[in-house]
Every structure is written in C-alpha cells, then in structure tokens.
Design a protein around this ligand. Structure first.
Ligand SMILES: [Ca+2]
Ligand SMILES: [Ca+2]
Length: 213
C-alpha cells in the first residue's frame, strides 16, 4: 500500500510539472503576442526647406545703337515700350533716328520666397547723357498678380507712370511673388536726348535687389 501511494504521488507530481510547464509556455506565448499588439511603431521624416532669395534679369540690356540727334534743335525721345522712337514724351517735337528696342528690362523672382525689390541707377539723366537729358523708368507687372503690396493685395508696382530714375534705392515692389506664373516685372525706359548732347558712347547700369519678406 505504501508503495502504491508513493506511485500515485509520483504521478501527480509529474502531471503537476507538465501542467505547470504548459502554463508557463502559454503565458510566455501570450506575453509575446501581447507585446506585438501593444507596440505602435511610429516613424517621422523631418526636414526644413531653406529660403532661397534669388532675383534674375530675364532681359538685361537695352541697346539703342547709334542715335542721330535732330539738327533742327529738337530733342530725341526714345521709349522701350514702342518700337523705335516716339514723340509721345517729348515736349518739343520729333527727334532723330534710333535702333528699335521693343522691350524693356525684365526681372524674375526665381527663388522660393517673396521679395521686396528695389531698383537703383548708377547715374542720373544728366550724368548719363548730358545736361537737360531725361532718364525715366516705369515698372509694370509682366504676369498678372506678380506684385503684392505690404498687406498682400495684388497691386501694380510702385511706379505706375514714368518717373526720373533715382541714384538711391527705390522700392518698386513690396512683395514680388516667387510662384512661377506670377513672378516677373518689366522695367521700361524713357529717354530724352537733347539735340546738343555730348557725342560718344553712353551707358547706364540699373541694379535690382531682392530682399526676403
Ligand atoms: Ca519663380
Ligand atoms: Ca514667371
């Protein structure tokens, strides 16, 4: 009897160990499964796009060639917005002959930020051509909506009529947009060359500057 009892105990122990082992395996399995569901993996990709302020001249020159002044003591008036020369801006009649220049200068915001654009000339009219010369610029949008005002409304650039160039920086557009469909300005030039202007080659340099706004 005693032996039988011992065998029973031994069997019970073995069963107990198996159950315990099975339980441990189940717990371990469940824990592994729970861990897999609980983790909620996230990934992030971050970067910062740098502002690039860039302004370029699409059309960077006006060349009128050789201008023959009028011998009848009238001024020669030339304008980039019309082919050849025009008498529209002259107060005393037609002038001489000039090589046609059908377009003015053109600038474009080719960066990725809006720009406040200023324009400056290195010379005045009299320094460029001679006494009593007129040297004027006029800035207009090439593409609709290119220029915005300080509060973000679409506006014409700041020189809506011809006005004398300045040798100090003049703001011509508070916000020239960078969006390609609306990012360009035209600079027309109007010159009046007195009949008695000193002869020789003449050159003026205009500088446009864009500042991130
Ligand atoms: Ca652009
Ligand atoms: Ca454009």
């Amino acid at each position: 009897m005693k032996r039988e009892t011992e065998q029973v105990v031994a069997v019970l122990l073995i069963i107990g160990i198996i159950i315990a082992g099975t339980t441990l395996l189940l717990i371990r399995y469940r824990l592994a499964g729970i861990t897999g569901f609980a983790v909620n993996p996230n990934a992030t990709v971050t970067l910062t796009v740098q502002d690039t302020a860039s302004l370029t001249f699409l059309d960077s020159s006006i060349s009128w060639g050789t201008v023959a002044v009028n011998v009848s003591k009238t001024n020669t008036c030339i304008l980039t917005t019309t082919p050849g020369y025009t008498t529209d801006s002259c107060t005393d009649g037609a002038g001489g002959s000039v090589t046609p220049e059908t377009s003015g200068l053109a600038i474009e915001n080719d960066g990725n930020t809006n720009l406040t654009v200023t324009l400056i000339s290195n010379v005045t009219g009299s320094q460029f051509i001679g006494s009593n010369a007129v040297f004027e610029w006029n800035v207009t949008n090439i593409e609709v909506g290119s220029c915005l005002n300080a509060t973000g409304d679409a506006v014409a650039p700041n020189t809506t009529t011809f006005e004398s160039v300045t040798t100090t920086e003049k703001v011509i557009c508070y916000r020239l947009r960078y969006i390609d469909a609306s990012d360009s300005l035209n600079i027309s030039i109007n010159l009046t060359i007195p009949y008695d202007a000193p002869t020789g080659a003449k050159a003026a340099k205009l500088t446009a500057t864009g500042t991130t706004v």
